[in-house]
Ligand binder design. Structure first.
Ligand code: F6P
Length: 319
């Protein structure tokens, strides 16, 4: 293999830059040229490609976002879009591809591998919703961003003796809400993977008030529905006046944590090793602190699961 490409796709996540740097430097270490593909699969179909050198990826390991830009492409999901992408890759002499992104991006990598371009996926998403890896790149940074925000909200919640509902991202997965709620000692955590009822939630709030709690923090995953509607429902049923904060895209930005930088460096480099070993259509991940490669089809056939023992622990600790 003489030349590989790297792209980022889907929602950006902190640590993507560190992963790009690792791909480029590891490839150059093995005398393989690297092309940067800009704006995800959209850029791949339209030839938005430039060579990357050692210097191109200097001074980015600590930056959030992605220097390559990212996009979600409907056209690339079509056969015609994929053939267009293959043409671009061939015309640039790119024989292997590293795709940094989430499950949608991996499906694209699998299609390209089926059509003869070896592609390897690196899990980059704040949602931590990819099977076959213990963590995705960006999750830890987003988690720390959420915690910083909740700590600040806690100050005002205590001062005013208020109940706060804080909605966090995660798409259909509750990981971000669960870990943030546990790390923040939230009174209640609501995630799509566990049943809940507003009545049960009200009982928890009442129990807290009876033992002198002056404020309550409820962390909800966006996957359970609107936090604003939940606030309205609590207000109607109990008269409890709650404030709602939707954290939004602040969770996707910021300088990656040390954990995410190290994870990105390991997985980016490992993806290149996989290409050098002739692998294709695989995703890399970290399992028991070791990098592993799993066929994308196998990974995406599994349903991501949240660690419900953490949910139970959070419940027991917030009595
Ligand atoms: O997948 C990452 C993520 O930030 C999800 O947590 C969220 O549901 C979604 O992307 C938001 O997407 P967009 O940036 O397109 O609004």
């Amino acid at each position: 293999m003489k030349k590989i490409g790297v792209l980022t796709s889907g929602g950006d996540s902190p640590g993507m830059n560190a992963a790009i740097r690792a791909v480029v430097r590891k490839a150059l270490f093995h005398d393989i040229e690297v092309s940067g593909i800009y704006h995800g699969y959209h850029g791949l179909m339209n030839g938005s490609i430039k060579p990357l050198t050692i210097g191109s990826v200097g001074d980015i390991i600590h930056r959030g976002g992605t220097m390559l830009g990212t996009a979600r492409s409907e056209e690339f999901k079509t056969e015609a879009g994929q053939l267009k992408a293959i043409e671009t890759l061939k015309s640039h002499g790119i024989e292997g591809l590293v795709v940094i992104g989430g499950d949608g991006s991996f499906r694209g990598a699998e299609k390209l591998s089926e059509k003869g371009i070896a592609a390897i996926g690196v899990p980059g998403t704040i949602d931590n919703d990819i099977p076959c890896t213990d963590f995705t790149i960006g999750f830890d940074t987003a988690l720390n961003t959420v915690i910083e925000a909740v700590d600040k909200i806690r100050d005002t919640a205590t001062s005013h003796e208020r109940t706060f509902i804080i909605e966090v991202m995660g798409r259909d997965a509750g990981d971000l809400a669960l870990w943030a709620g546990l790390a923040d000692g939230a009174e209640t955590i609501l995630i799509p993977e566990a049943d809940y009822s507003v009545d049960e939630l009200l009982k928890t709030l009442k129990r807290g008030q009876e033992r002198g709690k002056k404020h309550s923090i409820i962390v909800v995953a966006e996957g359970i529905g609107s936090a604003v509607e939940l606030g309205n429902s609590i207000r109607e049923k109990s008269g409890v006046e709650c404030r709602v904060t939707v954290l939004g895209h602040i969770q996707r930005g910021g300088s990656p944590t040390a954990f995410d930088r190290v994870l990105a460096s390991r997985l980016g480099a490992y993806a290149v090793e996989c290409l050098l070993n002739g692998e294709k259509g695989k995703m890399v991940g970290l399992q028991n602190n070791q990098p592993v490669a799993t066929p994308i089809s196998e990974a995406l056939n599994q349903k991501h699961t949240v660690d419900l023992s953490l949910y139970q622990l959070a419940k027991e600790l917030s009595i």
